[in-house]
Ligand binder design. Structure first.
Ligand code: NAD
Length: 297
């Protein structure tokens, strides 16, 4: 019997824990604050930012939103980040990517105070993650860890294959899986666009985390019986729907579920966890910066 993960249900549980922490902070006069910064006209980016602001409202986090003209010089963005770094009401800062071509992404990430970097992308936070002393785990891979835990999938000693090596999903995911302790201790292989014979790697895996951004590239033929499949991919493909497209993952769900013991759907799998973990990191940031302890599981 295959277990199909209910990502919304798991995310609800995390949001409830976050709300409890917001109350604990409020008792001490601390209101967690998250600032989002958008320097883009892209509709999808606007949607993501408004979903994040909406999520803040739902759990009692104070949201601040700033828009920078995409044609403005990079300095305008940096000045805004300096201002937010100095603002005691702002505990977390998130710059919605992508930024325009004339703004260097790396410089943006480095400009955010690492203590307010709730995405976990500042080099200091990447270093801490690799060193096994994470301050903020990046939201999507952290969400995958929460899914595995909720599904009772023990990663210890398992062969895990991560498909994708991006800085926001693949690399931090692999790092989390190889760390000591719960949710780690897996023998982890990272596959990417230059991997030869991907199917041989995924077929040998107990756990496959797909984060390549290629629609339905992993099918049942590439998986072994009893595997756990976590599909991070969110891809728009043309479809005969009202919107003219539908969302599919990197995994061919129907053939993969024939093999899998545990599988996440798209949508409704990893997606809801990403925003829930952003709320989690923001509350953690408020706790670290205020010195008020909270009980975040
Ligand atoms: P990316 O484009 O930055 O990285 C994709 C990675 O996949 C690259 O490292 C590349 O080497 C690898 N890759 C590409 N084609 C491959 C192939 N044929 N075989 C093996 N590896 C291949 O993408 P990303 O930002 O890491 O996102 C990956 C996917 O996850 C996208 O579909 C994205 O929309 C989705 N995503 C979802 C969430 C969520 O909340 N669920 C969050 C972030 C990203």
């Amino acid at each position: 019997m295959t277990t199909v993960i209910d990502g919304n249900g798991i995310a609800d549980g995390i949001r409830a824990d976050v709300s409890d922490c917001v109350e604990t902070l409020a008792d001490e006069g601390v209101v967690p604050g998250l600032a989002t910064v958008l320097m883009s006209d892209d509709g999808a980016s606007e949607t993501y930012v408004s979903m994040k602001q909406q999520a803040c409202e739902e759990v009692g986090i104070r949201g601040f939103h700033h828009e920078i003209d995409p044609d403005a010089p990079a300095e305008t963005l940096f000045e805004k980040l300096d201002e937010l770094n100095d603002d005691p009401d702002v505990h977390g800062i998130l710059v919605q990517m992508p930024v325009p071509d004339h703004v260097t992404k790396r410089t943006v990430l480095e400009r955010i105070d690492p203590e307010k970097d709730v995405d976990g992308f500042h080099p200091e936070n990447v270093g801490r993650l690799v060193a096994g002393n994470a301050r903020y785990k990046p939201c999507t891979p952290h969400g995958v860890q929460k899914i595995l835990a909720a599904a009772g999938v023990d990663t210890e000693g398992k062969d895990a294959v991560v498909v994708g090596r991006s800085d926001i999903v693949g690399k931090p995911m692999a790092n989390l899986l190889v760390q000591y302790g719960e949710g780690g201790n897996a023998t982890t292989t990272v596959c990417h666009s230059r991997t030869e014979d991907l199917a041989a790697k995924t077929r040998a895996a107990d756990i496959v985390v797909a984060a390549a951004g290629v629609p339905e590239m992993i099918d049942g033929e590439m998986l072994s019986e009893g595997v756990t499949v976590v599909d991070v991919g969110i891809n728009r493909v043309d479809a005969d729907t009202e919107k003219g497209y539908e969302l599919v993952g990197d995994v061919d769900f129907e053939s993969a579920r024939e093999k899998a013991e545990v599988i996440t759907p798209v949508p409704g799998g990893v997606g809801p966890l990403t925003i829930a973990m952003l709320m989690y990191n923001t509350v953690k940031a408020a706790s670290l910066q205020s010195g008020v302890a909270v009980d975040l599981p």
